[in-house]
Design a protein around this ligand. Sequence first.
Ligand code: NAD
Ligand code: WQD
Length: 341
Amino acid sequence: MQGKKILVTGGTGYIGSHTIIELITQGYSVVCVDNCINSDKSSLMSIHQITGVSVPFFQVDLCDSYETKKIFTAHPDISGVIHFAALKAVGESVEKPILYFRNNLDALINVLDLSIQNGVKAFIFSSSCTVYGEVLKSPVDENTPLQAAESPYGRTKQIGEQIIEDSVKNEMTQSILLRYFNPAGAHPSGLLGESPINQPQNLVPVITETAIGKRDTMTVFGNDYETKDGSCIRDYIHVCDLARAHILALSYIFNGRQKVPVEIFNVGIGNGLTVLEVIKAFEKESGLRLKYKVGPRRPGDVVAIYSDHAKASKELGWYPQYNVNDIMRTAWAWEQKRQQR
Ligand code: NAD
Ligand code: WQD
């Protein structure tokens, strides 16, 4: 795919920045847009350090259709769009649903509309396992019926998927909806990882922030679930494995292998781990004892969800290369690096 130009929205964020590295490594040319509401431009410096490439960057709020259009005018040869840009804090979305609907849906509609108008061939969308809602059993495959979303954030992903399905039906743009499970970990170089502006609430950064002393202790949300050790089960996927799935999704469309307007793929490693197992993996990799206590269940938590990713393996040729130990090792290396800074 030498030279094809890809617009990455939300590209200074966690998954976007790791995906840009993978795109550059695979010979794509990249344009990045982000309004830096939950990231900063330092990730572009890390991308430069790792790849030697300075990525053209637009600091634009994608809800602003006028400013967004200028990106497509400046780069009329964009062949693919990977749309990461969104707000993602589940709890905040419950408190501020309008903010989430406005930001996540307005931005999607603007980028999608301009992609279709400008003849973009491939539109890849960051969806989430959250669209499955309270599942009755795992693993979940792409045919598992969606339940009501647990939060306005989750609803923006369900509605986002529907908007795309309706909009590309009769267009030359084809789309892939990637339903991520629990992304975690950092780039193996130690130069890039998760550094959100908002305080992270996800398990892995909470663990590393506790270990480094940014938090006094952490809470395991419940140990009375019907699981092997009583804590919830999730499917943690290394961010670099996830990044690779986007490149394979682009190739799938560019090589003419996609026969329908929209395809959906689960991207998780398919291995359910409990919260306590993740903590043990951290302790093994870091050699530290983590300060944690067991607290009550977190409202809205699903007992267990993990993926069946057979479709992504069969169609895209995607197989995870990292495990939970790699996730914890790279996440911990990144936390220590941030501390030095
Ligand atoms: P992130 O917050 O690190 O990255 C998202 C980026 O989008 C941020 O840099 C933010 O500044 C930018 N952004 C938000 N609204 C914008 C707007 N209106 N205009 C321009 N830029 C805007 O989050 P992430 O973890 O990298 O997530 C990327 C995508 O993947 C999101 O769509 C998220 O919903 C989805 N997702 C994330 C997870 C996860 O656990 N990290 C899981 C499933 C799906
Ligand atoms: C994982 C497990 C917690 C923090 C969220 C979104 C989902 C998707 C992925 C975007 C759970 C437990 C956590 C802590 C804990 N994101 N935990 N103590 O809730 O599976 O999914 O991120 O689309 O939509 O909901 O991820 O990392 O918050 O939690 O015990 O301090 O860790 O209860 O069992 P979750 P998480």
